[in-house]
Ligand binder design. Structure first.
Ligand SMILES: [Zn+2]
Length: 331
């Protein structure tokens, strides 16, 4: 039997087969009654599923880092009996975690550049803007996969175990969207906005094959969305314009599709009588999911995800002004 599918102690990884007491014989960690009644729940999963034993904070960061640096290992740990709800609760925690981390990453840059004219309004403004961008990006990542997950849920109505393995793979791989939000909501946005524009103005016009094209590139808004209290939406956006954050999203959904494909092959070997047939049946769902996600991010003009992703801060302008007012009155 595959060792990876045996129940283990959530703290020391000692294999817990045939235990008679609700505690680990190796390190003495007490096993929760629900887990003791169904030891299948202790098959090693992502660290988040052991949060009751190792603490929520540690479990969250261990999971996020595992998916960033050891994605193959992270995906191989999804064979246990845990349910999709576990992964969804992890996903919900990525919102506040991304907000705080993005601010910590961006604070040194922002403070050093704005030190002389620093006012608290600008700071509140910037803090809210980073949070809105993080939430918009992480929500968009789930939104583009949702139709595929719903269809998969219906298709696997008789094989719930396999559904939970695949859905957890898709939801836990939102970790990559989390890291993108941390990187791009503050520091990355500033870097692209200022440095790319500088670079484009440094390019000599006369050597470009099409100066008109260069001129258009320079006039594009490269920012993810300026904070509204300092000017707001300036200039029109060209019709076929795809903001760079959507290209980042496309890269992320492609990585997720590759990972979920590998997970499907592995999981159907474990949870299906006829893995080849199951694979042939499931792959079209995955392809559909990926195509729909790319369509929504790059082409679609009905849902306007591109626009919502680039200008979430401007769209929430009024609530933001209201919130800033409330804080001002409270102080
Ligand atoms: Zn132990």
């Amino acid at each position: 039997m595959d060792v990876a599918s045996l129940p283990c102690c959530p703290r020391c990884d000692h294999i817990l087969v045939g235990i008679t007491q609700p505690r680990c014989p190796e390190c003495g960690t007490p096993i929760a009654p629900a887990d003791f009644a169904d030891l299948g729940r202790l098959v090693p999963g992502p660290p988040w599923e052991r949060r009751r034993y190792i603490g929520r904070f540690r479990a969250f960061w261990a999971t996020a880092l595992l998916f960033l640096f050891r994605p193959r290992r992270a995906l191989s740990r999804l064979q246990g009996a845990a349910r999709t709800q576990e992964a969804v609760s992890y996903w919900l925690w990525t919102f506040p975690a991304a907000w705080v981390s993005a601010l910590l990453l961006y604070a040194p840059i922002f403070l050093s550049r704005n030190w002389k004219w620093l006012r608290w309004e600008i700071m509140v403004d910037e803090v809210l803007a980073a949070g809105i961008r993080c939430c918009a990006l992480i929500l968009a990542g789930m939104f583009v996969w949702l139709p595929m997950l719903v269809l998969l849920d219906a298709a696997l109505w008789r094989n719930r175990r396999l559904f939970h393995v695949l859905a957890r793979g898709a939801v836990y791989s939102m970790s990559w969207w989390f890291w993108a939000a941390v990187l791009f909501a503050g520091a990355g946005n500033w870097l692209v906005d200022t440095q790319l524009n500088k670079l484009l103005w440094m390019l000599p016009d006369e050597y470009m094959p099409d100066p008109e094209w260069l001129h258009r590139l320079r006039s594009y808004g490269w920012t993810w969305g300026n904070a509204p209290l300092r000017g707001g939406l300036a200039g029109g956006v060209p019709a076929q314009y795809v903001p760079w954050i959507c290209w980042v999203g496309t890269l992320l959904v492609t990585l997720q599709a590759i990972a979920t494909g590998a997970l499907t092959r592995k999981a159907s070997r474990q949870h299906c009588q006829d893995p080849l047939r199951a694979n042939r049946r499931l792959m079209p769902y995955l392809c559909f999911g990926w195509l729909l996600a790319v369509y929504l991010l790059l082409v679609d003009r009905h849902v306007q995800l591109r626009f919502h992703l680039q200008f979430p801060v401007e769209q929430l302008h009024s609530p933001m002004v209201w919130l800033v007012e409330q804080i001002r009155e409270a102080l």
